[in-house]
Design a protein around this ligand. Structure first.
Ligand code: SF4
Length: 260
């Protein structure tokens, strides 16, 4: 891909679609560090699984109000549904890449009908046709890093610029890169607070919680896809295999880049 080709594409720019930021980066960093001492240090000396995600989310809702967003891949709806009682009307950011399974879009539509949540589709300003006209008709094969950057990373960067904190479903067991993730972190890349309330949970525990609380589970989970991303980059895995092994299978890529 040449720089000239990229210049032809409309690109995501930093916007403030959310409620905007009321505090400086220094103030937000101090909040993140204090909360990390409160939640993460307690976990370091005890058992992380003892820290109730509801306690973390109650703190998040009280601290950030409408400057809080939840990111959701629509593999399940546990994190947004857990957050809703503590942050009514919270924005739920869905990265609508244009390459999702129809099942994933179905979960997005069902969640959008859930009271107390405001699903926001975060998209590249370039249509799939424009994207493929510049990158080729299989950009997820020829340059998945660039495809992810244009369809996921840059649009999310732009969307997050309107918030002070974001909540994710990151769990330590997902990938080696996530093994050191904290419950509350300073996200230097975005200049905001990052909250990972389920960081110590297993996938099984997430699914058990969904069953017990009536949260939505993407039907693909029961069809051989324990980890779900865009359709061209997600493959079925054998029972018992690493759940993430079906993502960008056959390549060294393990992350789309939004959590790097
Ligand atoms: Fe493109 Fe695949 Fe990344 Fe989706 S996961 S944005 S299709 S490379």
């Amino acid at each position: 891909m040449t720089a000239v080709g990229l210049e032809l594409l409309p690109r995501s720019t930093v916007l403030t679609p959310g409620p905007g930021r009321k505090r400086s980066a220094d103030e937000l960093k101090a909040i993140a560090e204090e909360a990390s001492r409160r939640f993460d240090d307690r976990g370091l000396y005890g058992n992380h699984t003892e820290i109730d995600p509801a306690e973390v989310l109650a703190w998040a809702g009280e601290t950030f109000g409408d400057a809080l967003a939840v990111a959701c891949s629509m593999a399940n709806t546990v994190v947004p549904e857990m957050t809703a009682p503590h942050a009514p009307g919270v924005d739920v950011l869905f990265l609508d890449t244009g390459y999702h399974f129809s099942e994933t879009v179905g979960v997005r539509d069902a969640l959008a009908a859930t009271p107390g949540l405001n699903v926001v589709d975060v998209r590249s300003p370039a249509s799939i046709a424009e994207h493929e006209a510049v990158l080729g008709d299989r950009p997820f094969e020829t340059d998945p890093e660039l495809c992810c950057r244009l369809r996921k990373v840059e649009p999310l960067d732009a969307a997050l610029s309107g918030y002070e904190a974001w909540i994710t479903g990151v769990r330590r067991v997902d990938t080696d890169h996530r093994a050191g993730a904290g419950i509350v972190e300073w996200d230097a890349k975005h200049g905001m607070v990052k909250i990972n309330p389920l960081v110590a949970w297993t996938l099984e525990r997430v699914h058990n919680y969904a069953d017990e609380h009536g949260c939505l589970l993407n039907p693909l989970l029961d069809d051989g896809y324990p980890s779900i991303g865009c359709e061209p980059c997600t493959h079925r895995v054998e029972a018992g295999a690493d759940p993430r092994s079906g993502r960008w299978a056959g390549s060294s890529k393990t992350e789309c880049g939004i959590h790097l």
